[in-house]
Design a protein around this ligand. Structure first.
Ligand code: NAD
Length: 456
């Protein structure tokens, strides 16, 4: 095991040299990162194929391309983001001026999951570098090939004192979390999120937790069902459902349920052919543990489509389950796999009441042409973020901060939000040396009259 304490201390010493605070240094490092990703592109795509059977298109679209776009956007705006911000000063602070400085935290730990093992490691790193931090990266041990490529890429292009990568399983994670970091950015499951937050609390380390949960997809009767089906099936079966913001289940108006299901079946066939196992575009389950967990959620009588499991290939067919109730095992936890349960409703109030009973989701999707329904859902349900008449796509905008709320996470990133999340906003009041109001000092005035006029 690498000497974690030594690496953190080395990074801390480097951070205190001030080198990483220089904005041109940060810009240069982001360009280096871009160069590295471009050079490693083939190796990254190959590793993602080995770990998850991701097609080159899907791997570029959701991992490599996302990271390159994010670097380009960050480099374009970084100078403006990094400038101190002048804000208003109240008249009580006569002749003073007020500023907010974006200050890097110092040495930050970034932990990533296995489902988008490249993107979810590098996207936060972009924010970490942009904000001027030193970063220690911990890739998931389950996406082994991608983890190896990440180690090679980082070690070839960055000095350990600035960006280091630590591989390993449970004991390495535990060891890492004993250290006193200046910030922890964690992406992963809710149970591990709790472990991370508990460990961070020991040092009062601030955290961002990008977690998961059951993201509902509501389909109203007033909608273009064919288009809705296409967008839902794409969002659900992308990465074989192993996406934190995948529609976990469909909650459809009774009047259009049968028609929607028919369109969804047709869409699956159009996307992946008669036998999705033969499709080059259909991803595999990360490991046997998850395959086993997902197989146990399948209820034979409720499978309307798919349902095939081939453990040898770590394959689970795109599956639709209907007649599902809230008591079924598939509705207990986040599915995180290619199983789509369908539930039905009669009124939007019923939907809102039901969803409020569960943990606040990371994402929520509503398909409707009805502005009233759209407003009801957005106004009355709390969730990380989402789309109206689409799935997943809110994630792909650098102008929309991405994160959860409550059990689905805390903090948000992407675009400027990535810079902000890795920066402490330091407020400074620059007072005048010319003038000093006597009023605030003892001995105080004998009456509160003036004070009450000012402070109301
Ligand atoms: P995970 O929580 O098992 O692992 C995430 C990271 O934590 C890995 O680096 C892993 O090595 C580490 N880890 C595992 N056990 C640990 C422990 N006991 N102590 C400390 N660290 C530990 O998550 P996962 O299975 O890799 O990913 C799936 C989950 O991540 C899903 O719940 C999904 O919704 C969520 N997720 C969220 C987002 C998001 O952006 N919000 C993105 C992707 C995945």
């Amino acid at each position: 095991m690498k000497d974690i304490k030594k690496i953190r201390k080395k990074q801390q010493s480097y951070f205190y040299t001030g080198a990483t605070k220089d904005v041109s240094f940060r810009m240069k490092q982001l360009s280096v990162l871009k160069q590295a990703v471009l050079k490693y592109e083939d190796r990254i795509l190959e590793a993602l194929k080995k770990d998850l059977n991701k097609s080159a298109f899907e791997a570029y679209e959701t991992e490599v391309g996302v990271v390159l776009t994010e670097i380009t956007h960050t480099v374009k705006h970084l100078k403006a983001w990094a400038k101190s911000e002048k804000v208003k000063t109240p008249f009580t602070h006569f002749l003073s001026r007020s500023y907010i400085y974006a200050e890097p935290y110092g040495v930050v730990l970034i932990m990533a999951p296995w489902n988008y093992p490249f993107q979810l490691m590098i996207a936060p790193l972009i924010g970490g570098i942009a904000a001027g931090n030193c970063c220690i990266l911990k890739p998931s041990e389950y996406a082994t090939h991608t983890a190896k490529v990440l180690v090679n890429l980082i070690e070839e292009y960055f000095e350990e004192k600035f960006v280091a990568v630590i591989e390993g399983g449970k004991d390495v994670n535990e060891r890492l979390l004993e250290e006193n970091f200046d910030y922890i950015f964690f992406t992963g499951s809710i149970p591990v999120g709790k472990i991370v937050m508990e460990a961070a609390a020991k040092h009062l380390t601030p955290v961002t937790l990008e977690l998961g949960g059951k993201s509902p997809c509501i389909v109203d009767k007033d909608v273009d069902l064919k288009k809705a089906a296409k967008k839902i099936i794409w969002g659900k079966f992308l990465n074989a459902g192993q996406t934190c913001v995948a529609p976990d289940y469909v909650y459809v108006h009774t009047a259009v349920k049968e028609e929607l299901i028919q369109y969804m079946k047709d869409t699956i066939k159009n996307f992946f052919g008669e036998d999705p196992k033969e499709s080059e575009d259909y991803v595999r389950i990360i490991n046997h543990k998850h395959l086993h967990r997902l197989s146990n959620l399948l209820v034979k009588d409720k499978i309307l489509f798919g349902g095939e499991v081939d453990p040898e290939q770590r394959y689970i067919a795109p599956t639709i389950m209907a007649g599902v109730t809230w008591e079924d095992a598939v509705m207990e936890d986040e599915i995180f796999g290619p199983i789509l349960p369908i539930l039905e409703y009669h009124s939007i109030d019923e939907v809102i009441d039901k969803i409020r009973n569960f943990a606040k989701p990371l994402a929520l999707y509503v398909f409707t042409k009805n502005k009233h329904i759209e407003k009801e859902v957005i106004d009355n349900l709390s969730f990380g973020g989402g789309c109206v008449n689409d799935t997943i796509m809110h994630l792909a905008s650098p102008y929309l901060p991405f994160g959860g709320v409550g059990p689905s996470g805390m903090g948000a990133y992407h675009g400027k939000a990535s810079f902000d999340v890795f920066s402490h906003r330091k407020s400074i009041l620059r007072s005048s040396t010319l003038f000093d109001i006597k009023f605030k000092y003892p001995p105080y005035p004998k009456t509160l009259n003036l004070l009450k006029k000012i402070m109301k």
